[in-house]
Design a binder for this molecule. Structure first.
Ligand SMILES: Nc1ncnc2c1ncn2[C@@H]1O[C@H](COP(=O)(O)OP(=O)(O)OP(=O)(O)O)[C@@H](O)[C@H]1O
Ligand SMILES: [Mg+2]
Length: 250
């Protein structure tokens, strides 16, 4: 019966749990609570594991693993506030802006993980992959299907927007995605360009304004300044003395 009811944690731990209840001289009510708690814990764990694998994060980065002292331009309080995922519940946008290596992807993954821990479905993808998916779907007459698919996760993390300028068609497809998710799902975007430079990224100023208008409506912007953490780590290890040395070497 436990198998049929899909109460697999109770099924697998039945003997141990019943022994535990007997040893502690539990009432029926207390024993039932013990069994249910074991099942709930197990289902939660499975839900989180499943959520993490569906999200397709490129790495395991956590907020605990982020050194705030290394990046003084970030306000830890702002990040802690975002870690509660209220912004995800509200369908807001988070923009993480800054030069290469300052921790944008790290924080994007970490905030995505926090959202999953709190029960929000999350999908991580690079901007290039999202744009390619949209262009292909459009060419194959399956754009609506793709927009529905990308519209579903409660949080969509779009990493590395603006490394390449988009073609007009691609920018327009991206606009349709932003518009589909607007006020329904939350979006986290990372970019190495400031918002003022996004006109160039989307090619067309009108499309860029329409995209930004929606993205910035309910938004939290974190602008990171400072040195690349990658270079700092290498400098510490003595591989490079400073950025100039690295530039000269490459
Ligand atoms: N403050 C930090 N504390 C701990 N690790 C950090 C910190 N900042 C960056 N890192 C680490 O440095 C590496 C580079 O960071 P990350 O990939 O997040 O940079 P990025 O801003 O996304 O850069 P890019 O624009 O090149 O994609 C990662 O391994 C990340 O975990
Ligand atoms: Mg990155």
């Amino acid at each position: 019966m436990l198998t049929r009811l899909k109460l697999t944690a109770i099924r697998d731990q039945l003997d141990t749990l019943l022994d535990q209840a007997a040893r502690a001289d539990m009432t029926l009510r207390e024993a039932l609570q013990l069994l249910c708690a074991a099942e709930v814990a197990h289902q939660n764990e499975r839900r989180i594991q499943m959520g993490m694998s569906i999200a397709k994060f490129p790495c395991v980065s956590t907020l605990e693993g982020f050194e705030f002292e290394a990046q003084p331009s970030i306000d830890p309080k702002q990040v802690r506030g975002l870690s509660t995922s209220r912004w995800v519940a509200n369908g807001d946008t988070v923009l993480l802006l800054g030069p290469p290596g300052v921790g944008k992807t790290h924080l994007a993954v970490a905030l995505g993980r926090e959202a999953i821990l709190r029960g929000y479905s999350t999908l991580f993808a690079s901007a290039t992959s999202i744009v390619t998916q949209l262009v292909w779907a459009h060419a194959e007459g399956r754009l609506e299907e793709k927009l529905t698919q990308l519209g579903k996760p409660k949080l969509l993390v779009i990493d590395e927007l603006s490394y390449l300028p988009l073609e007009a068609n691609a920018a327009h497809l991206f606009f349709q995605l932003v518009s589909r998710r607007y006020e329904r799902g939350a979006t986290l975007l990372t970019s190495n360009r400031s918002v003022a430079q996004w006109g160039g990224v989307f090619g067309d100023a009108v499309v860029a304004t329409a995209i930004l208008d929606r993205l910035l409506h309910h938004s939290h912007v974190i602008t990171i300044r400072g040195d690349s953490y990658r270079l700092k780590a290498r400098r510490k290890s003595g591989l490079v003395r400073d950025t100039t040395a690295l530039a000269a070497a490459t």
